[in-house]
Design a protein around this ligand. Structure first.
Ligand SMILES: [Zn+2]
Length: 398
């Protein structure tokens, strides 16, 4: 209970901290990191953060055992995560629980392990970033739609949280969420779009989305149909990375993270994340695959502001043989011309772009819009399995 309240209080109060206070706080937490406890990091104990190696996600996942301090093997953690997904208690010591990240089709899913205290801290921080004390008092039901239905994060304080596992068929899911009548709803864009199409649930005061990109056309459609603007949450296997301010701008959670920038040029970067609070698994200088754009926000927060994640670095297209176009550049060209609830996938291969969508009219429109980039397009059948568990409009296969 103490860690929930403490994380909640820090998340609330840090919104008004000046920049130097945020940075002092980060340095204090960094000095408390027990690097000695992790096989991968013990050689760097006592050193400055900038002296430690940067690790990429694939390498980090492959070296699972070296980055946790309980001697857990990846096989043990994966078995426990599978058991949790099937609704059974896992077999891990000390109250540790394992779960999977949403994952992207075709890539290895991330497995993460958390302690009871980390789960409390996470929930306190999430509630603190998203809800004021007044919101907490007046909200009875929060619907949380995640990849898996396990209740890793049932909070000890605040509103009742309903967990809704993500399923390929959204019909029953839409009904279940509507029946729950949430006042606050957290779900991936593909589910929000199905809900918006059905026009329910009604009466949501706040809507948050994560795990997938959401374009402006879709955002407007959801806002109009569900009566609340979907605001971004930046959440990954590697932690809770960002939350929206009152203006709907995503701010990085620099009260518990240090986020360095791997510059991609033109105001974009890949985040290199150090989580100052996690202990079960160390997240130190972990370079993610997300493309982020710097931006400014007028809300007054000194936590860095970024545009919501627009896609993955690996999904960037090369046009004219040399120019890099980030996924949102493609998305913004196509999306305004396609009805927001329609599915489509455009994938660049070395010699062509394949276009897949269930509707022939949309296919013609997408071919036409992609002409702008001078790429050769070919139509292929749409496979819904490619959009589960994560939907991505713009992809690249190299
Ligand atoms: Zn802001």
């Amino acid at each position: 209970m103490t860690s929930v309240l403490s994380a909640y209080a820090t998340a609330r109060s840090s919104r008004s901290w000046p920049r130097d206070r945020i940075e002092r706080h980060q340095q204090t937490l960094w000095r408390q990191m027990p690097l000695d406890d992790y096989p991968a990091l013990k050689a760097f104990a006592g050193q400055k953060l900038s002296d430690l190696p940067i690790v990429d996600v694939a390498d980090y996942r492959a070296r699972f055992a070296a980055f946790n301090r309980h001697g857990l093997t990846q096989a043990a953690a994966t078995a426990a995560a599978q058991a949790a997904e099937a609704g059974h208690p896992g077999e891990l010591p000390d109250g540790l629980r394992a779960g999977f990240s949403t994952g992207t089709s075709g890539t290895q899913r991330g497995v993460f392990v958390t302690s009871p205290q980390e789960r409390s801290t996470y929930m306190g921080s999430l509630l603190g970033k998203l809800m004021s004390p007044a919101d907490l008092l007046t909200t009875q039901r929060v619907a949380l739609c995640l990849r898996a239905g396990n209740d890793l994060y049932r909070p000890a304080i605040g509103p009742r949280v309903g967990f809704f596992p993500l399923t390929p068929d959204h019909g029953p899911l839409v009904e279940a969420i509507a029946d729950f009548k949430p006042q606050v709803l957290i779900a991936p864009p593909q589910v929000l779009l199905s809900l918006a199409e059905a026009g329910k649930p009604a009466g949501c005061r706040r809507i948050f989305y994560g795990a997938e990109a959401l374009n402006d056309t879709e955002r407007a459609f959801i806002t109009e149909r569900l009566g609340a603007r979907p605001d971004p949450i930046y959440q990954a296997t590697e932690g809770f990375l960002g939350a929206p301010c009152r203006l709907g701008t995503l701010h990085l959670n620099e009260d518990s993270l240090i986020i360095e920038r791997d510059d991609l040029g033109g105001g974009t970067f890949r985040p290199i994340v150090t989580d100052l609070k996690r202990r079960t698994q160390a997240v130190v200088r972990l370079r993610l695959d997300d493309v982020l754009w710097e931006m400014r926000c007028a809300c007054g927060s000194r936590h860095a502001a970024v545009k919501p994640v627009c896609g993955r670095v690996q999904d960037a297209w090369t046009v004219d043989g040399r120019t890099t176009v980030w996924p949102d550049g493609i998305e913004n060209e196509v999306a305004p011309h396609i009805a927001p609830s329609r599915r489509w996938i455009a994938t660049q291969y070395h010699d062509r772009v394949t276009v897949a969508c269930p509707d022939a009219g949309d296919a013609a429109t997408i071919h036409e819009r992609l002409n702008y980039f001078g790429v050769r397009t070919v139509e292929v059948p749409y496979d819904p399995a490619l959009d589960f568990p994560k939907r991505r409009h713009v992809r690249r296969v190299s």
